[in-house]
Design a protein around this ligand. Sequence first.
Ligand code: ADP
Length: 312
Amino acid sequence: MILTVTLNPSIDVSYPLEHLKIDTVNRVKNVRKTAGGKGLNVSRVIHMLDHDLTATGFIGGYFGKWLEHQLDQDGIAHDFLPIDAETRSSIAMLHDGGKQTEILEAGPTITPEDAQKFLDHFDKLLNQADLLTISGSMPQGLPEDYYTQMIAHAGAKNVEVLLDTSGATLKSALEAPVKPLLIKPNEEELAGLLNREVDKTDYAALKQDLQDPIFDGVDWIVVSLGSAGAFVKHQDKFYHAAIPKIQVVNPVGSGDSTLAGLAMGIHDGKSDEDIMKTAMTTGMLNTMEAETGFVNPAKFATYFAKVTIENY
Ligand code: ADP
């Protein structure tokens, strides 16, 4: 199975409002609450495309129970470490013709005891895992190199890691002796890592950027480019994955859906071309749905056939 990590899951609450009024009451009718956090978006897409997975991370309090119940209802297998502090909520107000205003709770602060307990719990889960995905930022209280420690634990059990994070946690993982198999930085993250500007429309320059020694030992680098698809490095090969023009309903979570596609393709031992096509398809299918981290499997084959891969 694919083990998916969401250390700071959240109850994602969406409030559609015609107009957001400040300093007064806003009443909402069609509230939607889903199990969120980037790793749970990844999990839902993997599940919707019929692959075995277990979702893990920290979960706490009554809100945590609600979230587990939601995952049960969706049929998503999970094995979180319970903690005392309440799991967070994230509120997105969709208003005024396409605007999105978000209020994101920081979530619980993890104690050093729980941080250690989770690594023990994680070790047990790794025994059944073929592949690991780690997504998102970390909750407060954990050291910057916590993902790096998790990647080392996975490496000790020969489980490869797909890492989708940013900033100091990503940098720490790249500097460690045990590397992730795949990272998925966007333009801004790349620029941060390289300490210089990056132009995502210039593929020749991107090809140079991805050969920086900072990435040595990382097999796959996937730079997703929204409607332009993705620029990809796999070992010493470079590709541009091009996608067709589609009707976008909600692009939130498409990066997570892309990671889900990469995980399934790599897990299934597919060719480079099919791994990238799978990832582009899951990304596109997510943008075509109103819900975040959600794909319609019936459309998979049609869009898969429309992705083209060029060597670069
Ligand atoms: P992130 O959410 O990580 O910033 P992107 O916005 O690059 O990721 O989107 C990830 C993938 O989702 C893209 O590679 C593509 O497959 C699909 N996608 C995203 N936005 C669009 C769009 N406007 N049109 C078509 N596909 C899209």
